[in-house]
Each structure stands twice: as C-alpha cells, then as structure tokens.
Design a protein around this ligand. Structure first.
Ligand SMILES: *[C@@H]1O[C@H](CO)[C@@H](O)[C@H](O)[C@H]1NC(C)=O
Ligand SMILES: *[C@@H]1O[C@H](CO)[C@@H](O)[C@H](O)[C@H]1NC(C)=O
Ligand SMILES: *[C@@H]1O[C@H](CO)[C@@H](O)[C@H](O)[C@H]1NC(C)=O
Ligand SMILES: *[C@@H]1O[C@H](CO)[C@@H](O)[C@H](O)[C@H]1NC(C)=O
Ligand SMILES: *[C@@H]1O[C@H](CO)[C@@H](O)[C@H](O)[C@H]1NC(C)=O
Ligand SMILES: *[C@@H]1O[C@H](CO)[C@@H](O)[C@H](O)[C@H]1NC(C)=O
Ligand SMILES: *[C@@H]1O[C@H](CO)[C@@H](O)[C@H](O)[C@H]1NC(C)=O
Ligand SMILES: *[C@@H]1O[C@H](CO)[C@@H](O)[C@H](O)[C@H]1NC(C)=O
Length: 599
C-alpha cells in the first residue's frame, strides 16, 4: 500500500516536473532538463523566421537555436529570461546584434553568435553583459570592431572571433578584457600583430592566429604575452625564426607552427621552452634542423616534423627529447633511413609513430620500438615484406596500412593483424583468391576493425568487404602465376593489374575459341562420316556436299598422323590432333578411299 502511494506520488511529481518544463516549448523545438538539472530549449529545425520570446518558458537557462538557413533578427528580447546562462544562435543569418539586446540578462555566461552575418560590433551590443565569460563571434563578416566594444565584458575569459574579415584593430581594443585567457583570431587577414593592441590582455594563456597572413611577429608581441601556454601560428607565412624568437614565452606548452614557410630551425631556438610538450612544425619547407635546435626541450612529448624536405634525421637533436612519445616524420620523401634505426634506439619510449609516404623502409627499422602502440605506414609501398617489418611491434593497438601495395594477407600477416584492435587497410589492391585472403577469411570472425578492407580483384568481387567473403566461393590463387611471372613489382601495381585483367579476358576468349574449334572439328568429322556413308550408297557426290567431304579428306590427307593447331595468342601452346581432337576412326577409314576426290 505504501509502495502504491509512493508510486502515485512519484507519477504525480514527475508529471508536474515534465509539465512545468514543457509548459511552454516553441513549435519544432525540444525542451527538457539537461544532465545538470538546468532547463533548456533546443531548436534544430530550419525555417525559423522570428525569435518570439513568449514562445519560450521564462525559466529557460539554456537556449540553443542551431537550425541552418534561418533568418533572424535579435533585439532586446531576452530580458524575461532571468536565469538565462547560455544563448546560442548560429546559422541564423543575423545581420546585427542591436543596442542593449542583452540588457538585464545579467545571468548570461556564454553567448555564441557564430556563423551569422554580423559585420560590425560596438560597445552597446554587449551592454550589461558583465557576467559573460565566453563570447563566440566566429564565422561572421566582422570587418571592424569599434572603440570600446568590449568595455562591458569585464569578466570575459574566452573570446573567439575566428573567420571574419578583420585586418586591423584599434589600439587598446581589448582594454577591459583584463581577465581574458583565450583569444582566437584565426582566419582574419591581420598580417601585422601590433603589440600595442594586445597591451591589456597580458594574462592571456592561449593565442590563436592561424591563417592570418602573418609574415613576421614583432618580438614585443611575445614579451607582452609572456604567460602564453599555447600559441598557434599555423598556416601563416613565417619564413624564418630567429634564435631569440620565443625567449619570453617561458611557460609555453603547445606551439603550432605548421603550414608556414620555414626552411630551417636554428640552434637553441627553444632554449627557454623547458615546459613545451607539443611542437608542430609540419608542412613547412625545412631542410635543416640544427644539432642543438631542440636542446632544453626536456618535456616534449609530441613532435611533428612531417611533410618537410628533411634529407635526414639528426641523432644530435633527436637525443635531446627524452620524453618523446609521439613522432611524425611522414612525407619527408628524401629522408635517408640509414641512421633511423639508431635514432629509434634513443627514442625507444615512443608510443606513436607516423612514417607515412616514405618508401624503402629497412626490414629491421622498427626493432628498437617495442613499446610502440600506434603506427602509420600508409603510402610506404609496403608489399610482401610487411609481416617482417611489423614483426618486432608486439604492442600495436592501431596500424595504418592505407595506400600500400599489399595484395592480401598471408598466414603470418593475418596472425599479426588480427592481434591489432584497429587496422586500416583500404586502398590496397587486394586480390580476393584463396592465396591472398584465404587465411584471413578463415578467421574473419576475429576481425573487429572499424573499417573493413575491400576486394579489388577479381572484378566480380570488387568492393566486397573481406569479412563478407565465403572461402568456398573464392578462386584458387588465380593471379599468382601471372604476378610472379611478370616480376610483380610493388611500384607498378596498377600496370600489372591492367595486364592481369587483360590476361583474364584473353583466357576467357581463348577458352571460347578453343571450345568452338573443338565443336567445329567434331561436327565436321561427324558430317564427314555421314556424308561418306552417303557417298558409298549414292556414289555421285556433287556441289557443296562434295566440298564438305573435300575438307574432311584434306585434313586426313595432309596430316596422316597429326595436325598442328597454332593458337594465335599463345606461341608456346601447340595443340596436336591427338590431344585435342576426338579419336579419328572415320579418318582412318577415309584415308584408303582418297580417290573419291577424283570422281
Ligand atoms: C553577475 O555579476 C555580479 C558581479 O559583477 C554578481 O553580483 C551577480 O550575482 C552576478 N549575477 C549572476 C546572475 O550571476
Ligand atoms: C564557436 O563557433 C565556431 C564556429 O561556429 C564553432 O565551431 C565552435 O564550436 C564554437 N565554440 C563554442 C565553444 O561554442
Ligand atoms: C549578409 O548581409 C549583407 C548586407 O550586410 C547582405 O548583402 C547579404 O545578402 C547577407 N547574407 C546573406 C546570406 O543573407
Ligand atoms: C614537465 O612535465 C611534468 C609532467 O608532465 C611537470 O610536472 C613538470 O613541471 C614539467 N616541467 C616543466 C619545466 O615544465
Ligand atoms: C638549456 O640547456 C643548456 C645546455 O644545453 C643549459 O646550459 C641551459 O642552462 C639550459 N637553459 C635553461 C633555461 O635551462
Ligand atoms: C602526424 O602524426 C600524428 C600522430 O599520428 C598525427 O596526430 C598528426 O595529425 C600527423 N600530422 C600530419 C601533418 O598529418
Ligand atoms: C596516416 O598518415 C596519412 C598521411 O599523412 C594520413 O592521411 C592518415 O590520416 C594517417 N592515418 C591516421 C590513422 O591518422
Ligand atoms: C616479394 O616480391 C618480390 C618482387 O617484388 C619477389 O622477388 C619476392 O620473391 C617476393 N617474396 C616473397 C616472399 O614472396
């Protein structure tokens, strides 16, 4: 009974709660409590034309309007939401924020108006938002930030204005943002990071200006932002870095310099970066890294120097990285691999290695890396030695073998790969016959990979994933004879596959011709014998009947014992009458009355 009552009570309470949370919910929107017990409304349906504040429950703490292709204007519509903490209106083509739009919305912490059509922002837009901590204005068309714009945002920690059209800032633009920690200006054509602009945000921890067309950074900029722990200057046009470049950034932990035009790293460039953990120098033009370039990088765990033009890796600089866990040297296509094994001896603590798009890996290259867990060897032209190369790596959890020259999995490779949780094997030309995929198909129930490799040959199995093959239906090693005969070379896979499919076609054509000629012979022989019987009775063979017997006799005459059929496409294969044609008792008969012809 007590149970029953409490059950009813529970139902009553829960209907009350859901009723109150759903008492007002705009059409096509979703309203509920979030995991933290806050009321939220989420509208993801397109076509909203107007923000009608009376459609929303005033208790809302989170409002998210994220439908694409909306067309909204906003104004002072939010005052009735006394508890509003988060407001997100993205993809709504909002042309302007309007003055005092957020007047009285003291509780607002996060405002995301990214991906709209804003062109300018000014001081009255953010009136009364002195409790705001995060503002996202990315992906708009903001060309200008007028003076004092951020004056009310005294508590702002995170400001994102990426992907706009800003090319310059008024001095002291960030004057009131003394608490700002994170600033993202990526994707604006800024070019010049004028130090005076950043004078007021000295406690900034993260600064991002990817794709800002920056060619050179004024040293004073760094000395002002000396508390940075993360600096992202990727995809700019930096051509060189001087030895003292980063001397003021003593607390730096992440540095992104990828996609610039750096051609060298000078000695002691990171002299002060003892805290640096993450360094991305990929996609530059580096040919040279000084022997002492990485000295003092004793805390570095992640180094990406991929897609540069390095002719070799230096034992000296690589030995300054005792904590290195992740290394990417992919795409340095000229890299001399002779000393790489020695370098791996020093960096034997590596957990993750990418060495993609480098060819001719020595068979023993990975011997020192027995704690490696993630390996990327895509585009390395690995062929039938893959198993040997991977042999020493017993801890692998993920392996990328994309874009290699593997035709399948032999028994050893199958064993190896099935022990790895995640293998990428696409874009190899897998031949789905018993030799190449047989061992894997036998154990397909053990394949747990996210992406299943697909057959390339034979044609009728193309794009079939390996785990859907049935052993009994596979062709028996049909390609092997051809592949090894032609000196199958990893570098010319595609050419060989062309040959191979031609070969396949020819074989079919061949067999057809063969069977056809066999049939013709049999038929003509049988016609011939029947005709002969006919002649014997009638003895007046004429016209086409005569021709028929003529052919028949001719054959038997010329050969006597054997006729050589030479197949046009195969010079070696000679088919003798004995082998191909059926027993010739009628021909034997016919050889005696050859004179019928003369009649
Ligand atoms: C907003 O910040 C003020 C201090 O600036 C504080 O007194 C007030 O409680 C905050 N309001 C809310 C709703 O958090
Ligand atoms: C800010 O806006 C960008 C662009 O729409 C979006 O990708 C990003 O997730 C937003 N960030 C936050 C914290 O809302
Ligand atoms: C964005 O605003 C400009 C005028 O400021 C207008 O010409 C343009 O059509 C708007 N963009 C869209 C997608 O409506
Ligand atoms: C190096 O990293 C460790 C932990 O990863 C940290 O405790 C230590 O403070 C760092 N050293 C420096 C100089 O930052
Ligand atoms: C950097 O390393 C050099 C030796 O390579 C050392 O003399 C110097 O004191 C180190 N700098 C700092 C800031 O630790
Ligand atoms: C280099 O390898 C690391 C780890 O595998 C990866 O996170 C990073 O994206 C790679 N860099 C490039 C430029 O592909
Ligand atoms: C392996 O490297 C290639 C080339 O850099 C890259 O495209 C691919 O995404 C990487 N694979 C993984 C799993 O990161
Ligand atoms: C691997 O392929 C090469 C040709 O690229 C061939 O010479 C060699 O015999 C093959 N090895 C094995 C074990 O099949």
């Amino acid at each position: 009974m007590a149970n029953y009552i409490s059950f009813l009570l529970l139902i009553f309470i829960s209907t009350q709660i859901s009723a109150s949370s759903l008492s007002k919910c705009p059409k096509d929107c979703y309203c509920d409590l979030d995991p933290n017990g806050r009321y939220y409304t989420e509208c993801n349906e397109p076509g909203m034309k107007k923000f009608n504040e009376y459609d929303f429950d005033p208790k809302m703490e989170i409002i998210i309007i994220r439908s694409p292709k909306n067309s909204l204007t906003i104004g002072p519509l939010f005052t009735r939401f006394r508890k509003l903490e988060t407001l997100v209106i993205t993809g709504a083509n909002i042309p302007a924020i309007g003055e005092k739009s957020f007047w009285g919305v003291k509780s607002l912490r996060t405002l995301d108006l990214s991906d709209n059509n804003l062109t300018t922002i000014s001081v009255m837009n953010f009136f009364d938002l002195n409790n705001l901590t995060e503002l996202n204005l990315s992906k708009n068309k903001i060309m200008r930030i007028t003076s004092g714009t951020f004056n009310y945002l005294t508590n702002l920690r995170i400001l994102k204005i990426a992907d706009n059209g800003l090319s310059s800032f008024l001095p002291r633009t960030f004057q009131s943002l003394t608490r700002l920690r994170y600033l993202d200006l990526s994707g604006n054509p800024i070019e010049d990071l004028t130090p005076e602009v950043f004078l007021d945000i000295r406690d900034l921890k993260a600064f991002k200006c990817r794709k800002c067309n920056v060619k050179k950074v004024n040293p004073a900029f760094y000395s002002q932002l000396s508390h940075l722990t993360e600096l992202d200057m990727g995809e700019n046009q930096l051509q060189y870095l001087v030895k003292d470049e980063f001397k003021d950034l003593k607390y730096l932990r992440q540095l992104h310099l990828d996609g610039n035009q750096l051609s060298a790293i000078v000695d002691n460039l990171f002299f002060e970066q003892k805290s640096l953990e993450y360094l991305d120098l990929s996609r530059n033009r580096m040919r040279n890294i000084g022997n002492e370039a990485f000295s003092n990088l004793s805390n570095l765990t992640y180094l990406d120097i991929s897609y540069n033009k390095l002719p070799e890796l230096g034992l000296d600089y690589m030995s300054n990285l005792p904590k290195l866990k992740t290394l990417n040297i992919s795409g340095n296509v000229q890299l001399n691999l002779l000393n790489v094994r020695d370098i791996f001896e020093i960096t034997s603590g590596l957990r993750s290695l990418a060495i993609a798009d480098i060819t001719d890996l020595p068979l023993d290259i990975f011997v020192p890396l027995d704690s490696l867990q993630h390996l990327n060897v895509s585009g390395c032209r690995l062929g039938n030695h893959t198993h040997q190369i991977l042999e020493p790596l017993t801890m692998l959890k993920s392996l990328d073998l994309l874009r290699n020259h593997l035709t399948g999995f032999d028994i050893e490779l199958t064993e190896k790969l099935l022990n790895i949780e995640n293998v990428r094997f696409e874009k190899n030309h897998i031949i789905c016959d018993t030799c190449n995929v047989g061992p894997m198909v036998d154990q397909k129930h053990l394949m747990k990979w996210k992406y299943m490799p697909e057959c390339y040959q034979p044609e009728h199995l193309r794009h079939r994933t390996i785990n859907r093959l049935v052993k009994e239906n596979l062709v028996e090693c049909y390609a092997n004879y051809f592949l090894y005969d032609e000196g199958f070379d990893a570098a010319s896979t595609s050419i060989n596959f062309l040959h191979e499919s031609q070969f396949h076609m020819f074989a079919v054509l061949f067999a057809a011709i063969f069977v056809l000629s066999l049939l013709i012979i049999i038929i003509s022989i049988s016609i011939c014998t029947r005709q002969r019987a006919h002649y014997y009775t009638r003895e007046d063979g004429k016209g086409d009947q005569m021709n028929g017997s003529e052919k028949c006799l001719e054959g038997s005459l010329i050969t006597g014992t054997e006729i050589n059929f030479k197949f046009p496409l195969d010079d070696d294969h000679i088919c003798t009458v004995d082998e191909v044609c059926l027993p010739p008792p009628p021909i034997k008969h016919s050889s005696s009355p050859t004179d019928t012809r003369s009649s």
